[in-house]
Ligand binder design. Sequence first.
Ligand code: UDP
Ligand code: MG
Length: 316
Amino acid sequence: MKPTYSIIAPIYNEEESLPELYRRVKEVMDRTGEPWELVLVDDGSQDKSTELIRELARQDERVRPVIFARNFGHQIAVTAGMDYSRGDAVVIIDADLQDPPEVILDLIAKWREGYEVVYAVRAEREGETWFKKTTAAMFYRLIYNITDIKIPLDTGDFRLMDRSVVKVMNQMREHHRFLRGMSSWVGFRQTGVKYKRAARYAGETKYPLRKMLKLALTAITGFSYFPLQLATYIGFISAGLSILAIPVVIILRLVGDNAFTGQATTLIAVLFLGGVQLISLGILGEYIGRIYDETKGRPLYIVREAPEEVVEKVHN
Ligand code: UDP
Ligand code: MG
């Protein structure tokens, strides 16, 4: 039977949280009285998660295991979950129970009112470090200010999407993915539901600073040309300043002042502009690298095991 709800959880070394995740999702989803499925995407776990997922799938046919050949990253794991989901409404949730499954019922209520994307807004965050909260808050505000789409502040990937939205997103096969941006970009009727983000149930965060920075870069380059235009702005400013400096220097020389002489001045100017140029080149490189990744046309992920039946076959 085709389920009404698909719950997608990306799993990367979550052996301690998995049984509890299944238990709580089951408890909550059974309350809806409608058919549901739990798509567990194993993103190349090295612990017992893979075996646990297989075991859950054996016990309960509502669990759909998608097992990757290696670690492809959180956003790709969720993408695979969306490809293999069959429900009329699809919910993305973290496996570490930071997104309480009980909130799914609130998301469903809004979906029933006719909203096609219902995102969960973090009103409060528990058990996260000062550093994580500050960098996350800065990240959301930076993205909000420099990208062309208005991604709601303080929302993660925890959200419900109608099948019509999932269909569109499944057609968007970009390699560097920022799913919350993509799900804002598609439009449709969207609304938010506030919730209290809990502490991790067990284990450590799988998002070290390095991965957070990578996601931030993906978000910025994926939804904004601003960094590319930065070189133009700085170019105009420095060209303008130099033109203004010419008469100033001439006048100072005529009145016999020795301003702007000596090697240090030259050296500072050269190093400054050299630095600006290298940074601009680096920014260009970020975009070109991404173009290169798209032209290779490689699949987004490789599965070792996955269910046969899918709603529609998407070109990976
Ligand atoms: N995750 C994943 N692949 C990765 C990193 C993380 O599938 O390479 C999953 C992880 O198992 C969890 C979710 O993505 O279900 C969010 O990760 P985490 O809780 O570590 O991030 P945080 O909440 O600390 O930002
Ligand atoms: Mg987490």
